[in-house]
Write a protein that binds this ligand. Structure first.
Ligand code: NDP
Length: 341
């Protein structure tokens, strides 16, 4: 009897597995849990996503006084847990995605199966990898203009990068900053002409090229005071005094574990059908920053997390259960988790 119970537990096919413990993953968990789908979330060892490294969040609706990023994530998590979400606080090693079959997730040799999977692994900002960059995070150095620009009202700011993200951040932050310098490592810019032109039109923005940041230097207050830079051609170093520095050199989607299995674009973002979270594989949804080139906000990630949950619920309602969800190889019956659909 005990042996059978163990076998059944092993063969259990979940309704939905969610990979990712940021706003997208937790929102998908909340919605699927409330739909009685009993989601299993692999939230990662460092759950909370990018908000775990964020200080004050002032642009998430519903928090009129602002909230610290990690606290907000703890609340998202608790809300999903309240409706029965189960969490595995570990990083997934490997997945085997299927087109309409059973989706498999591996932690070492431990295998978990599901009829649907919601990929919500997020993205991370690219870093320069120079001294002071991480240490002064939240104390003058940031990777998110939209999140932190307003903290630099009437102050001096440097934006590092020459792509569209750097231009967009610069235009946004220039509404607050007294003076803003775009620091690019080349004289040419990767940004689109229109974004570059719009940035050039701003009276309080100037450009400093070709310069490479070498170090972010804090003062006695523990806050950023200056950036040490080097001219990319002459090698001459100098220091620029500043109150804030934004590193806007791109993002890396955390899609390694699904590369080659589900459709991704040339930058590694998972491709979904327009207006939905469905990927090219039936039963596989993707949500949040691992899909999103453009918006990358907690609120937009949460919004697509909700969409992913509804798409998963509809898939479970409409699609015939995969054969493997009934019978395991070798003839052992699998326990099917029952859903609301
Ligand atoms: P990009 O890859 O386009 O640009 C990155 C920029 O950072 C480049 O100028 C690059 O320099 C520079 N850079 C990269 N690594 C370093 C480094 N180690 N040190 C110094 N500089 C570095 O990334 P974006 O995030 O700007 O854009 C990504 C995609 O999203 C693009 O397709 C973009 O068009 C799109 N996007 C569109 C927006 C819009 O239309 N409103 C807004 C934001 C993004 P180099 O050129 O020398 O490699």
């Amino acid at each position: 009897m005990a042996e059978n119970a163990e076998k059944n537990a092993k063969n259990k096919v979940e309704n939905v597995i969610i990979i990712g413990g940021g706003p997208a993953g937790y929102t998908a968990a909340l919605y699927t849990a409330r739909a009685n789908l009993e989601p299993l979330v692999f939230e990662g060892f460092q759950w909370g996503g990018q908000l775990q490294n964020t200080t004050e969040v002032e642009n998430y609706p519903g928090y009129p006084d602002g909230i610290m990023g990690p606290e907000m994530m703890a609340q998202f998590r608790a809300q999903a847990e309240r409706f029965g979400t189960r969490f595995v606080t570990d990083d997934v090693d490997r997945v085997e995605l299927s087109d309409g079959g059973v989706q498999k997730v591996f932690l070492g040799d431990e295998e978990h199966r599901a009829k649907t999977i919601i990929l919500a692994m997020g993205a991370e900002p690219k870093r320069l990898g120079v001294p002071g960059e991480m240490e002064l995070g939240g104390r003058g150095v940031s990777t998110c203009g939209v999140c932190d620009g307003a903290f630099f009202k009437d102050q001096r700011v440097i934006v590092v990068g020459g792509g569209d993200s750097a231009m967009e951040d610069s235009i946004f932050i220039s509404k607050y900053a007294s003076q803003l310098t775009v620091l690019n490592r080349r004289d040419e810019f990767r940004a689109s002409k229109i974004m570059l032109d719009r940035t050039r039109e701003k009276d309080n923005i100037d450009f400093k090229t070709p310069y490479v940041p070498l170090e972010f230097v804090g003062g006695e207050s523990g806050k950023l005071e200056k950036v040490r830079v080097r001219h990319a051609e002459t090698g001459v170093e100098e220091e620029i005094e500043t109150d804030g520095a934004f590193v806007a050199i791109g993002h890396i989607p955390k899609s390694e574990i699904v590369q080659g299995q589900v459709e991704t674009d040339e930058d590694g973002y998972i491709v979904t059908e327009p207006g939905s979270t469905r990927t090219n594989l039936a039963g596989v949804m993707a949500v949040g920053d691992v899909v999103d080139h453009t918006y990358r906000q907690a609120i937009t990630a949460a919004g697509t997390g909700c969409m992913g949950a509804l798409d998963a619920e509809r898939y479970l309602r409409d699609a015939a259960p995969p054969v493997e969800a009934h019978w395991m190889p070798g003839g052992e019956p699998a326990e099917i988790a029952t859903g609301s659909g």
